[in-house]
Design a protein. Structure first.
Length: 259
């Protein structure tokens, strides 16, 4: 879980430190409901140490808390996507849990993925993420992969270190080129296939940028499933999606630690 209790990015709407802390703890509780057997790594880029709080609230859970100070000026300059990239880098280099794992699931703090297990049925051993496509329902415009949803993804350590460890350093705020576009271009330029999740992750919680709870109404979920089905029906996009030749996930796997 990538956290910043103190918001260094001035563009985010959710800036209240106490509220950001409360929502991060809420997401920990939700993740423990979804998969209580998996250890959690809670890495905060504003030097906040969650250790005492999580030990009191979740005494039986395996939670590793990593506080460090993100480069504040760079986060202010390049936005929260840059800070997120630095948080993941720090966690991969300093987490005891992740050092013992082959892969990790990353989710932004204050959020959780309600259908995590459904998504993980498509785990391929390398990388798994959600692709966001535009103009899917328009008969007159060409469908395109617009960006990768970086709120939640799963990666082997070797894949992330090879392809994505430095992706956030290419962010160009003035050009509207964020972390999501950086991830997209890494995948496309490296001709990486079989990594998009064929089901929509049901992400819940509060987005720090919007300060609003995400809504997953039945209508929205059905529309997202239809969107994916239409995209996968097109030959140019089908190879991007994970297929049936994947590694099945079970909650007892020692290879996946949640970040």
């Amino acid at each position: 879980m990538t956290s910043s209790v103190v918001a260094h990015d001035a563009s985010v709407r959710l800036r209240d430190t106490d509220e950001r802390l409360r929502l991060a703890m809420e997401s920990v509780a939700e993740w423990l409901k979804i998969e209580p057997r998996q250890p959690l790594v809670l890495c905060d880029g504003s030097s906040f140490n969650f250790t005492k709080l999580v030990q009191k609230a979740f005494p039986k859970a395996r939670i590793e808390c990593l506080p460090f100070e993100n480069p504040q000026e760079l986060v202010r300059q390049f936005g929260r996507g840059y800070g997120e990239g630095e948080i993941v880098r720090y966690a991969l280099h300093h987490s005891h849990f992740i050092s013992e794992a082959n892969c990790f699931a990353k989710c932004s703090s204050k959020l959780w993925v309600k259908n995590f297990h459904e998504c993980m049925q498509w785990w391929n051993g390398d990388f798994l993420c959600k692709g966001v496509f535009l103009e899917v329902f328009s008969p007159l415009k060409k469908t395109k992969l617009h960006h990768i949803d970086t709120r939640f993804y799963v990666a082997s350590k070797s894949f992330y270190e090879l392809h994505l460890m430095d992706a956030h350093q290419k962010i160009n705020v003035e050009a509207g080129y964020g972390l999501e576009e950086c991830f997209r271009d890494v995948l496309m330029q490296s001709s990486i296939r079989g990594v998009l999740i064929p089901v929509p992750p049901l992400i819940q919680g509060v987005g720090g940028g919007t300060a609003k709870y995400y809504q997953n109404s039945t209508r929205r979920v059905l529309k997202e499933r239809l969107r994916i089905a239409l995209v996968r029906s097109r030959s140019e996009f089908l190879p991007l999606f994970a297929d049936g030749n994947h590694v099945r996930f079970n909650g007892n796997s020692p290879d996946l630690h949640c970040l």
